[in-house]
Design a protein around this ligand. Structure first.
Ligand code: MTE
Ligand code: QUE
Ligand code: MOS
Length: 760
């Protein structure tokens, strides 16, 4: 894959936080955190630790000059615990020493005494005790109460989905360098440089213009560094500010797994009503989101669960209730899909349940209920250019679903201890931050006198290839070679007030800003070229492949020459542009609106092979028809689909977070928390782009409803294909043990599968 970073990554030359060249005197920090899930701090004594070798200082809540507050959406989270601790891993202090190991050693000498309280661990228990982050959220369409009477079948059930640890390759961290006076320069592995800047200013009671946050790239973010990169940068900044010395804080892998947020575990109840033909008439669902001990992004994530609770289906009567339940676990956070996967897993479970009870194929119910043009989502938006049906049909036909199903049936009839299972799953994912104000970005572009170009935007590169895409967008818009363009680091002094690079909107928002900035520059350059050519009308000038054209006729002038001439003529070679998504809104009072610029659609078929003696399994293939819009960087987009699918399968299969009764995470290392490895990835992933009707793409009504260069966002949607894995495996288990109950409890680890195979 030709990501711009590929060569440097392979050579180990790319800069991550730990590679930033820091001054000689840079100190190291270690986070001292709560070993208990809930309790009162009775005594906190640093005196022994302070005497430890190399220690330069220990900082806790009382050392914060500004506010001890890092909450984003809700102001409910302290940087350091004050009187109480609320989860295992709750930061209490940082120890700063000359060397990392000295700081870590010293932290063991901190004396702390607690009055222990009984922790709440499950969201249902929290709900019983009315321990909520926010009041219940309810999305409603039609009237479910009336609809039940019309249904031939009504099924109810429970669904559990587990959390998920991000396991980005680069653990969280930051470097803070005091420059002079109160000025601080921060290197942070964050998806949200402005959140880091804003929060540091708040913690230190200084203004935001004193804090410069710079991000070269992240070794993966996946949502884990959206809100939750901020705390570590604040801690490093606090120590650097106090000690007037550069401070580096990097979490080791085990601490990162222990003390940073993950995907939210959910418990859900569903009730689904259908006609005997399989038409879904009514759906009620209650989501118990395990939010952990503070809000973090939980309310926005819960919203997305509700937005996606009917996946690709039109259901005329829906009542979806979301409860954000406050527990004594780590505050859970953004993870690819942002609550969407949790919502979609429940409706797919309900459909699977219904199909099995009604003894009809799951795909028959799915097909009967797919979103048609102008069908209404429960939040009021209409499905415009819905490809739910088109992608499903194409997937079915192209990959010969019927034949695949017959083959599985034949295989299972011939084999006793090995079974195969197959599932098809449609996905629909809304593109835009559902928090409307976040849908903004800007770009700053300089052309230098040698014709080289520097692009700065709000986008953070985290391996998803946004820099390669922005480079291509700039090159295409200016019609110059990509080699001319450098996509610079993300820096709050160059580009201000950035939204997080998230919601799959990185390329869309920043790409449009880049196009606008390029067009400003182009207009200026065209005017210069027109003058040079004695052409009255600059709009007759075009740039094509680095050359100047007049009324479509080539001239001898080149891009570089015009740049040089513009400089001599004292024409600015710098442009800034701002983009905000048009025509989106949402009213949280009634939970209706038009929150998404557009939706991404697709359908996948997944097949697994199950070893019924061991409970182990493999994914034979994933075959996908995906809606890329018009992909302008195919390799990156394919990489995103493949990566998303593998991550989705991991969530459904081997990745299991286990806490003990005291709220301590037991699976806090890669030996016990199993991410998919090279053996676990599907043997085959086939990806077919949904063919596009170009004419339709260009029409005025549709133009606003797609990304730059007619592409569509790619980052999160493919994750949800992984949900199909659960049902493929469930079906394989069921063909061995037809008596298993319809209990939907993800992940399906081999241990759990083994139990299900022999349950009766
Ligand atoms: N791909 C890689 N390699 N690394 C990442 O951290 N994050 C995902 C997705 N793909 C991620 C990734 C998530 S959660 C999001 S929201 C998008 O990329 C963000 O980038 P984009 O908006 O530029 O697509
Ligand atoms: C998808 C997202 C995000 C989102 C909404 C989405 C996201 C995010 C926020 C958010 C909301 C309110 C805030 C804030 C952030 O909303 O990533 O700081 O005050 O951060 O639909 O990915
Ligand atoms: Mo992605 S979960 O929106 O960072």
């Amino acid at each position: 894959m030709k990501n711009i970073d590929s060569v440097h990554h392979v050579r180990g030359e790319s800069i991550f936080i730990d590679d930033v060249k820091v001054p000689e005197n840079t100190l190291s920090a270690y986070v001292f955190y709560s070993p208990i899930a809930s309790g009162k701090i009775l005594k906190l004594d640093f005196s022994e630790a302070l005497k430890s070798k190399g220690v330069k200082g220990i900082f806790s809540a009382k050392d914060i000059p500004g506010e001890n507050q890092i909450g984003g959406i809700i102001q409910d989270e302290n940087l350091f615990a004050e009187e109480e601790v609320h989860f295992v891993g709750h930061p209490i202090a940082i120890v700063v020493a000359e060397k990392y190991l000295q700081a870590k050693e010293a932290s063991k000498k901190i004396h702390v005494e607690f009055e222990k309280h009984k922790p709440i661990l499950s969201p249902r228990e929290a709900a019983e005790k009315k321990s909520f982050i926010i009041p219940p959220r309810i999305f409603q369409l039609g009237n479910t109460e009336n609809a039940w009477k019309e249904c031939d079948y009504v099924f109810e059930g429970k669904v559990e989905s587990g959390g998920q640890e991000h396991i980005y390759l680069e653990t969280q961290g930051a470097v803070a360098i005091p420059i002079e006076n109160e000025l601080l320069k921060i290197y942070s592995a964050t998806q949200s440089p402005t959140a880091v800047q804003r929060t540091i200013a708040r913690i230190l009671a200084i203004s935001m213009n004193k804090v410069e946050v710079n991000v070269h790239r992240l070794g993966g973010g996946f949502g884990g560094k959206e809100d939750q990169a901020t705390a570590w940068a604040c801690m490093a900044a606090l120590a650097a500010y106090k000690l007037k010395t550069p401070v580096k804080l990097i979490l080791n892998r085990q601490d990162d797994i222990r003390i940073t947020g993950k995907r939210h575990p959910y418990s859900s109840d569903y009730k689904i009503g259908l006609t005997k033909e399989g038409k879904i008439l009514a759906y009620e669902v209650t989501f118990y989101q395990n939010a952990g001990a503070a809000a973090d992004l939980s309310p926005a994530i819960l919203d997305r669960t509700l937005f996606h609770c009917t996946n690709s289906y039109f259901i005329p009567n829906v009542k979806a209730t979301g409860l954000s339940c406050k527990t004594n676990l780590i505050p859970f956070t953004a993870f690819r899909g942002f609550g969407g996967p949790q919502g979609m897993f429940v409706i797919e479970s309900a459909i699977h349940h219904a199909a099995n009870e009604m003894n009809i194929p799951v795909s028959e119910i799915q097909k009967k209920n797919l979103l048609k043009e102008n069908d209404e989502f429960s939040y009021g938006q209409k499905a415009v250019n819905s490809f739910a049906i088109k992608s499903f049909k194409l997937c079915e036909e192209k990959f010969e679903l019927k034949k695949l199903q017959d083959e599985v049936e034949f295989f299972n009839s011939k084999n006793f201890l090995v079974k195969k299972g197959l599932a098809i799953i449609p996905i629909t994912f809304g593109i835009s931050f559902t928090t409307t104000f976040l849908n903004q970005a800007s770009a700053l572009i300089h052309i230098y006198t040698d014709g080289s170009i520097n692009v700065s935007t709000a986008a953070v590169e985290m391996g998803q290839g946004v820099n390669a895409k922005l480079k291509r967008i700039a090159a295409k818009t200016l019609s110059v070679d990509e080699n001319r363009i450098n996509v610079d680091s993300t820096n709050t002094s160059r580009v201000a007030n950035t939204s997080p690079t998230a919601a799959s909107k990185g390329t869309d928002l920043n790409g449009f800003a880049v196009i606008d900035a390029c067009n400003i520059l182009l207009e200026r350059l065209k005017k210069v070229a027109a003058e040079e050519l004695g052409e009255d009308d600059w709009t007759n000038i075009t740039f094509k492949n680095e050359k100047v054209f007049d009324e479509d006729e080539p001239t001898t002038l080149t891009f570089t020459e015009i740049v040089r001439k513009a400089y001599i003529k004292r024409i600015s070679l710098t442009a800034q542009a701002f983009h905000s998504t048009p025509n989106i809104y949402f009213d949280p009072k009634i939970n209706k609106g038009n929150p998404f610029a557009y939706h991404v659609y697709g359908t996948a078929i997944i097949q697994v092979t199950l070893d019924c003696l061991r409970g182990t399994y493999e994914t034979d293939f994933v075959k996908v028809v995906h809606d890329f819009g018009e992909s302008f960087h195919n390799q990156i987009d394919i990489g995103q689909v493949e990566g998303g699918i593998v991550q989705g399968i991991g969530w459904m299969s081997s990745e299991e977070l286990i806490w003990n009764n005291e709220g301590k995470l037991l699976t806090d290392a890669l030996s016990t928390y199993k991410v998919p490895d090279i053996h676990a990835i599907p043997k085959e992933i086939t990806i077919v782009p949904l063919p596009y009707d170009k004419e339709k793409l260009m029409n005025d009504e549709f133009k606003d409803k797609i990304g730059p260069l007619n592409s569509k966002a790619i980052g999160e949607p493919p994750f949800m294909y992984g949900i199909g894995f659960y049902f493929a495996l469930f079906n394989a288990i069921k063909s061995f043990n037809p008596k298993i109950n319809f209990i939907y409890n993800s992940p399906l680890t081999p241990e759990k599968v083994l139990m299900m195979l022999y349950e009766n």
